[in-house]
Design a protein around this ligand. Structure first.
Ligand SMILES: [Zn+2]
Length: 210
């Protein structure tokens, strides 16, 4: 496992603040297995980056993320724990769940951006309903009465999302927290409208078929 960043840092590192539930020897908070007895460890409170053995940065190396996730999820595969006791199987299942949440959060730029704000304790709730772009799209949604109009609106909303993620990342890199929060709330609003327009598109299409 030497190719997996962070997996060899067990005893003696600054994060060796936990103890193996079985043999009571010190274990890194992010170790999946005890370095002494090899037993699977319970999920401990660490951030998503630490869980995946990734450097804490906004812009991540996606190929490294994929590698870390693949390696670690293989180590936690349920079939590896079939002959183990219920407790160990439970720990493995919860470790895998936590790993998936961490992976999905870091993989998607929008989720990662939101998480980055939370990690930096800069998250604030903005009102998406008063956002000019959201108001504009909402108005268009009200008027969208045929499938082609819905398609155009969905495309517009999709482009707004794509552009918004870039704006969000730029704001986060520059530690412009206020703009980042405003952009996030706009993205939330646009995403809701995009879902609504897709639903309406489906509804209109089925009306036409009838
Ligand atoms: Zn142990």
């Amino acid at each position: 496992m030497s190719n997996v960043i962070g997996m060899s840092e067990y005893v003696g590192s600054s994060v060796a603040n936990s103890y193996c539930w079985l043999c009571q020897k010190p274990v890194s908070a992010r170790a999946l297995f005890c370095p002494i007895c090899g037993t699977i460890q319970p999920v401990r409170e660490i951030d998503h980056y630490a869980r995946l053995g990734m450097e804490k940065r906004l812009d991540i190396a996606v190929d490294l993320l994929e590698r870390q996730y693949t390696t670690m999820s293989c180590m936690l595969a349920p079939e590896r724990f079939l002959i183990r006791g219920l407790g160990e199987r439970g720990h493995a299942a919860r470790q895998l769940e936590a790993l998936i949440v961490a992976y999905e959060t870091l993989r998607e730029p929008l989720k990662r951006g939101r998480y980055w704000l939370r990690l930096n304790e800069k998250e604030s709730k903005e009102d998406a309903a008063s956002n000019p772009l959201v108001i504009e799209l909402r108005q268009e949604l009200t008027n969208a009465a045929d499938p082609s109009h819905c398609d155009r609106l969905a495309q517009k909303a999709g482009q707004a999302l794509e552009h918004g993620v870039k704006v969000l990342m730029h704001a986060l890199r520059g530690e412009n927290w206020e703009e980042a929060n405003m952009t996030l709330s706009q993205l939330d609003g646009v995403e809701i409208i995009l879902n609504e327009v897709r639903e309406r598109r489906t509804g209109l299409a089925s009306q036409i078929r009838e």
